[in-house]
Write a protein that binds this ligand. Structure first.
Ligand code: ZN
Length: 52
């Protein structure tokens, strides 16, 4: 995940919060390049299917 401030890919997850009501996860990330904190959200986007 690229930092929205400096555009670098060098960051670390410092907090992971699950939101069960929307089946998603919020991640708090710290950019190791510019020392800024930002959040990303992970969601389920594909419907269930067979594992072929
Ligand atoms: Zn950055």
């Amino acid at each position: 995940m690229l930092c929205p401030v400096c555009g670098e890919d060098n960051n670390r997850i410092i907090k992971n919060r699950k939101r069960y009501e929307s089946n998603s996860a919020i991640r708090k990330r710290l950019c190791l390049e510019c020392d800024k904190v930002f959040y990303t959200e992970e969601k389920l986007t594909k419907k269930y299917g067979k594992n072929k």
